[in-house]
Ligand binder design. Sequence first.
Ligand SMILES: Cc1cc2nc3c(=O)[nH]c(=O)nc-3n(C[C@H](O)[C@H](O)[C@H](O)COP(=O)(O)OP(=O)(O)OC[C@H]3O[C@@H](n4cnc5c(N)ncnc54)[C@H](O)[C@@H]3O)c2cc1C
Ligand SMILES: NC(=O)c1ccc[n+]([C@@H]2O[C@H](COP(=O)([O-])OP(=O)(O)OC[C@H]3O[C@@H](n4cnc5c(N)ncnc54)[C@H](O)[C@@H]3O)[C@@H](O)[C@H]2O)c1
Length: 491
Amino acid sequence: MAATVDPDRSAWDVIVLGGAAAGENAAQYASRFSGLSSVLVEDALLGGECSYWACMPSKALLRPVEVVDAAARLPGVSAELRAAEVLARRDRVINHLDDGSQVSWALGAGIDVVRGYGRLAGERTVDVTRPDGSVRTLTARHAVVVDTGSRPAVPDVPGLRAALPWTSRDVTTMREVPRRVVVLGGGVVACESATWLRGLGASEVSVVHRGDRLLSRQEPFAGELVGEALRETGVRLLPGRNFSRVKRSDPAGTGHGRVHGGEVTVTLDDGTVLVADELVVATGRVPNTEDIGLDTVGLDPGGNLPVDDHQCVRGVTGDWLYAVGDVCGRALLTHMGKYQARIAGEVIAARARGAAELPSAAAGHVGLPQVVFTDPEVGSAGTTEAQAREAGVDVEVVEYDLAALAGTYVLREDYRGRAKLVVDRASDTVVGATFAGAGIAELVHSATTAIVGRIPVSTLWHVVPSYPTVSEIWLRLLETLRAQRHEAGRE
Ligand SMILES: Cc1cc2nc3c(=O)[nH]c(=O)nc-3n(C[C@H](O)[C@H](O)[C@H](O)COP(=O)(O)OP(=O)(O)OC[C@H]3O[C@@H](n4cnc5c(N)ncnc54)[C@H](O)[C@@H]3O)c2cc1C
Ligand SMILES: NC(=O)c1ccc[n+]([C@@H]2O[C@H](COP(=O)([O-])OP(=O)(O)OC[C@H]3O[C@@H](n4cnc5c(N)ncnc54)[C@H](O)[C@@H]3O)[C@@H](O)[C@H]2O)c1
């Protein structure tokens, strides 16, 4: 949908550069109760990666795989996956790459939309290069919020870029399922995409990752359980290795989600040779900051935009430049970007009315919830044991087998899973929680609540979970913690 804004208008109270979900939230929260005007400057689709090429399509592809797997483990139940229909539903979930509904939402919320590529052009000023090549200069009376996001990083391996490998955009919007796929990376995108590629019919899926286990930022058992499950579905894991060179016959820019040419040969650093129809590079993200005019406000282009807890960009005077979402590098997750945006929006509105007290994003970042939608799922909040110890926190930990619950037994008779709490001894509060197993996604919010709310373990003891649910893991973990303390003579 073409954005409709008075073509002669050049000034707003707030300009948001990049119209992803976080940017939309920043504009909404800055304007909603304050009367401030705001405009989103977007070069591609309003809604950003999450809506069209990341969270939403990936979850639309993973859910059917999980349902089929769950059915296969329940005696008397069966389910069939029809890949073409799954891809068709994915297309509906991403609105066929049409952002009309998001533009309507913005305009309905009183937020203007300007199409084009924006660059800072000095204090409170953004130059927008429009699709026809003309440049329009916008000025902000109060603030500019940067939400330009990130893009996939492609390592500098000989032959890799020339082979036109798939990135997250291709694998989430795939139009055909390649038969043989090699995935590079052991993080979230690699694990999730290997799950749906295999589930949707790719017959040979190999995952090459340089670490010794998958999901290395999580508790070790999480990556081990996900790796075990992937292996059982037929995915080949190649840990401790990397690409050393890549060769492809007839690379072809066939468009997102189509196989990009002929057969690909990958040589690994231990000499292993893999032959595939497509590669998926899932090796992290690069912030979109090289070409957004940072030099015009005294900042170096490239890299993350460091922010304070008001989401104000450090190194810029006058408290007018904010950053939210992936670009500030605090947490590469949609919900955390939107949280930062709510804070930034409220701070902008508070500063505009001269408020003495400002909201802060410090409390919420401690919670840091994440769900990896693999099968089994991995859900976490707060810190891992290793991260807490590295930060010098004196912690005690407790683990429990998720399979030993009535609530998980009714889900699957062959349930496998594990849970862990990290407790700060000084405050006797939970500072980290990890759950790996089927059906744990909704547990994460209870952990986030305990962590952000700094609820003492003695109070959690009175938070009774329903029987028979997966939430009973809380009771078992707390019972085990008590037993550990009793044995150590501390309770
Ligand atoms: C495959 C995949 C699955 C994921 N799944 C999940 C998930 O399940 N849950 C979760 O929480 N997170 C998930 N993530 C992470 C999540 O997608 C990102 O954290 C989120 O999209 C970041 O949002 P953002 O606001 O930083 O900007 P982005 O979504 O990166 O969007 C930035 C926007 O800015 C625009 N833009 C950039 N530069 C300019 C410019 N100069 N002028 C105008 N416009 C510009 C772009 O066109 C884009 O629309 C996933 C990521 C991937 C890759
Ligand atoms: N469900 C979710 O919440 C979800 C899903 C997908 C992505 N995301 C977010 O998107 C972000 C990007 O995901 P990702 O999987 O691309 O990144 P990641 O940081 O999770 O994993 C990157 C992987 O690539 C490897 N790697 C990095 N550089 C490499 C190199 N030069 N050569 C070989 N291997 C290399 C790393 O060792 C790691 O295994 C993540 O931060 C994640 O939080 C979230």
